[in-house]
Design a protein around this ligand. Structure first.
Ligand SMILES: Nc1ncnc2c1ncn2[C@@H]1O[C@H](COP(=O)(O)OP(=O)(O)OP(=O)(O)O)[C@@H](O)[C@H]1O
Length: 298
């Protein structure tokens, strides 16, 4: 599968502060990627570096498998990394015509792109009359004018109401379904989970996870068990191949599972080792729990 962007050991410091710490990942064609992390984790700096507006301290990145210079690659990319900024007294169409003129793009695409972002019926209204969501959608239409191979969005739903958020998410999915690769930065796990196929998790500039969203979710959870002989229970469970970290609580043991195992099997194993379980509860970890765990741990 074609690689759109390859980042290798990209690193950025501002004085003593490390904003991005030797991160490496690949963006493959046709996927929707989320860069997920709390505020200040280095998402915008990463986007800034690959868009040639922030100079990396070290490391490298390569667009389109190196078939073009990083400067020329920008013509094949659509990006919104700042708040939408258009002329307030001009209509959507007039603003997009101006963008076409500046970027030397054919005007014929304007209507098509306004339709993608659901703004055709307001295309003659002044930009100043637009809601924040409409402004953001116009920015997306503008970034799509040159039919980019990848669309990059930094916190695309920031400040929007639930309906505005929903519209932007639907539009992102519509654009992705037409084959455009998408890279979006977000601090919202829910957003990434709903929209993205793949995720790169950052914290304090470090990459904690890169891979499919559903593999981040492929977690076997924990079991909570108890028996009258706690010590024997501990020795029994710690030797099981499915058992990970064991935490002792007042009301029993919590055991993280490395492998899938059903309750009946655990019960049988315990019984065969002479242990009668007085408690056996299986809890699957939510993606949110995992995200919090990932971003707290490292
Ligand atoms: N121009 C700059 N000068 C100094 N420090 C900077 C600069 N730009 C970013 N930083 C710092 O680098 C770190 C990463 O910032 P960055 O904006 O990339 O994070 P982010 O994940 O995008 O967060 P947010 O969502 O809050 O923008 C932060 O500690 C930030 O204060």
């Amino acid at each position: 599968m074609e690689t759109i962007l390859e980042i290798n050991q990209l690193h950025k410091t501002y004085g003593a502060l490390t904003a991005v710490d030797h991160i490496s990942f690949k963006i493959k064609k046709g996927h929707v990627y989320g860069i997920l992390g709390p505020n200040g984790s280095g998402k915008s700096t990463t986007l800034g570096m690959v868009l040639n507006v922030v100079n990396p301290t070290s490391g490298e990145y390569k667009w389109f498998e190196g078939s073009t210079s990083n400067h020329d690659a920008l013509k094949r990319i659509g990006a919104i990394i700042e708040r939408p900024n258009f002329y307030p007294s001009m209509s959507a169409i007039q603003n997009l015509e101006l963008v076409c003129k500046i970027k030397n793009i054919d005007k014929s695409k304007i209507e098509e792109k306004l339709a993608v972002v659901d703004l055709l019926n307001r295309s003659h209204s002044k930009f100043s009359t637009y809601s924040l969501g409409m402004k953001q959608r116009l920015a997306i239409a503008s970034a799509l004018l040159n039919d980019p191979e990848i669309l990059i969005l930094d916190e695309p739903t920031n400040g929007l109401d639930p309906q505005g958020i929903r519209q932007i998410r639907d539009i992102i999915q519509k654009i992705a379904s037409n084959g455009t690769t998408i890279l979006l930065a977000s601090h919202l796990l829910d957003e990434v989970e709903k929209v993205c196929t793949d995720v790169i998790v950052l914290r304090l500039g470090k990459m904690l996870y890169a891979g499919p969203v559903d593999e981040m979710n492929r977690n076997h959870g924990s079991i909570f068990i108890d028996a009258s002989d706690r010590k024997a229970l501990h020795s029994f469970i710690e030797n099981k191949p499915y058992a990970g970290t064991i935490t002792t609580h007042d009301n029993g043991l919590e055991v993280k599972l490395y492998e899938p195992v059903d309750n009946a099997q655990i019960n049988k194993d315990a019984f065969e080792s002479g242990i009668i379980l007085s408690k056996l509860v299986h809890r699957k970890q939510s993606l949110e729990d995992q995200f919090i765990e990932l971003t707290n741990k490292n």
